[in-house]
Design a protein around this ligand. Structure first.
Ligand code: E4P
Length: 217
């Protein structure tokens, strides 16, 4: 499973990228707001840092304006994936932009039929938001499973990008069920390394090592 970082914080992305953990990045208007940066500038900076797809989201409501915005965002760098909302207008824009050979990430997906439409419109990525479904006591992992089944049934090449990933368990479950990609905030990716038994085991080893009186360097 590929790891995307859900952030527009360049220093956090750089830290994870230096560890080889970053296959791509996703941003959205809320993350751009949080970064305090200009969308064109920060997207260019992230694209230069990360080799993989970097999603940048359009904000226009109508297809024609989405297409214009998408072309402008795609002009930032060859690894920009234009992020479009899963609306009827977004699907129209998806068909046009993917037909031009551009990467498209269809976002704000909350149902398997929506995901089927995005695949048929040529999306490179579909982003089902599992955390926001969990907030409503609807199982987001089931949604990933349904989309996996449907895409595999018909050989769609659209990659399932599990989004709104908020917990270590979300990462485990989407990996189990076969998401192609997951995108999570830097703090969730860091938490994947944490286990209390690792900490306790290390403390014991270091305490015993001190008693040996030895040094390695
Ligand atoms: C994905 O592309 C979105 O930017 C993101 O995962 C949304 O996550 P949230 O529901 O935690 O805001």
């Amino acid at each position: 499973m590929k790891f995307f970082v859900d952030s527009a914080d360049v220093s956090a992305i750089r830290e994870l990228n230096d560890l080889g953990l970053v296959d791509g990045v996703t941003t959205n208007p809320s993350l751009i707001l949080k970064s305090g940066r200009d969308i064109m500038e920060v997207t260019a900076e992230i694209c230069a840092l990360v080799g993989g797809p970097v999603s940048a989201e359009v904000v226009a409501p109508q297809a024609d304006a989405m297409i214009a915005e998408g072309r402008k965002l795609a002009g930032i760098a060859p690894n920009v994936a234009v992020k479009l909302p899963l609306t009827w207008e977004g699907l129209k824009a998806c068909k046009v932009l993917s037909g031009e050979g551009r990467m498209v990430n269809v976002t704000l997906c909350f149902s398997a039929p929506q995901a089927l439409l995005a695949a048929k419109a040529g999306a490179s990525f579909i982003s089902p938001f599992i955390g926001r479904l969990d907030d409503l006591a609807i199982d987001g992992i089931d949604l990933i499973g349904d989309i996996r089944t449907i895409y595999d049934n018909y050989g769609f090449e659209t990659q399932i990008l599990a989004a709104s990933v908020r917990t270590v368990n979300h990462v485990l479950e989407v990996a189990r069920i076969g998401a192609d990609v997951m995108t999570a905030p830097p703090e969730v990716i860091r938490k994947l390394a944490v286990h209390p038994l690792t900490d306790a085991g290390l403390a014991q080893f270091l305490s015993d090592w001190e008693k040996t009186g030895q040094k390695i360097l």
